[in-house]
Design a protein around this ligand. Structure first.
Ligand SMILES: Nc1ncnc2c1ncn2[C@@H]1O[C@H](COP(=O)(O)OP(=O)(O)OP(=O)(O)O)[C@@H](O)[C@H]1O
Ligand SMILES: [Mg+2]
Length: 265
């Protein structure tokens, strides 16, 4: 289980540019829950994921994984528990290394072993089998630099890499946003299969209301660093894309009214 306790993230704390990006966010996420996170640009979604992965340390509050307080753990130390896929397929992989070298690095994430060791014949066989399952013909490209692959091919490998070594929590930050609709649909299907097969706990940021409803069994909406909507169970299964769009509009309108009051008190 993941627990966030009164998380606050302040950037440029103590300066004139101080900005509260997460404001008292408390969340309990059960094992196996697939939480989709929606919200406007700058709402704090990526920051929330960064707090989970350990890439950002909260200014206040605590993070627990399975009742262990990991707030002070670095991203490297959390890597055996949490893995992520980024929006940009270039970010999660190393373009100069071959496909198999990238997979080998992911296979031994968090362990201090040489690439030569990780590229044993047995591991090569495992990588081959993994790629074969994707049905993209990538098993024939194990020795190609990964930089030569298309964004979609690279994102499929990023997903495989994220779940190659043991982990329980998968964090996806708009991981299909840079892909064409057909490739995005393929990556979403692959994501769903992996989540199910490995029984992962997931936080997935998306700007697609349809993805939020189809992939998640719980949906959160963030606005200005606060969770303004959180639905799971029956409430979630009844939600429609229109409901979420309406919610978005309501939040934007409310924000407009508040800004108006601030400007013309
Ligand atoms: N390192 C930083 N220093 C200062 N401000 C930051 C930093 N990182 C993010 N921010 C600000 O924090 C706010 C939230 O950013 P975040 O990236 O979490 O938004 P988001 O909800 O993921 O938006 P998007 O949908 O555009 O990806 C934004 O106003 C952003 O400019
Ligand atoms: Mg973001």
């Amino acid at each position: 289980m993941i627990k966030l306790e009164k998380i606050r993230v302040l950037f440029n704390q103590g300066t004139a540019l101080e900005k509260m990006v997460l404001n008292n966010v408390s969340l309990a996420i059960e094992e196996g829950e697939v939480v989709t996170v929606i919200g406007g640009n700058g709402a704090g979604k990526s920051t929330l994921l960064n707090v989970l992965t350990g890439d950002i340390r909260p200014s206040y509050g605590k993070v627990f994984f399975e009742n262990i307080n990991v707030t002070d753990w670095s991203a490297e130390k959390r890597a055996s528990m949490v893995a992520r896929v980024f929006q940009d397929p270039l970010v999660g992989t190393c373009g100069n290394l071959t496909v198999e070298e990238n997979l080998a690095l992911a296979f031994y994430r968090g362990k201090n072993l040489g690439l030569r060791f990780a590229l044993s014949p047995n591991n090569r066989k495992i990588f081959h089998e993994f790629l074969e399952k994707l049905n993209l013909g990538l098993e024939a490209r194990l020795k190609d630099p990964i930089g030569l692959l298309s964004g979609g091919q690279r994102q499929a490998i990023s997903l495989i890499m994220a779940v190659l070594s043991p982990m329980k929590i998968l964090v996806l930050d708009e991981h299909t946003a840079a892909l064409d609709p057909r490739t995005a649909a393929f990556i979403i299907q692959l994501t769903c299969n992996i989540i199910l097969e490995k029984n992962l706990t997931v936080l997935m940021v998306t700007h697609s209301m349809r993805q939020a409803l189809e992939v998640g069994n719980r949906t959160l909406m963030l606005t200005e660093g606060e969770v303004v909507f959180d639905a799971n169970g029956k409430e979630h299964s009844k939600l429609t894309e229109d409901d979420l769009l309406k919610l978005f509009k309501e939040v934007v309108d409310k924000k407009g009214e508040e800004d108006e009051i601030l400007l013309n008190p």
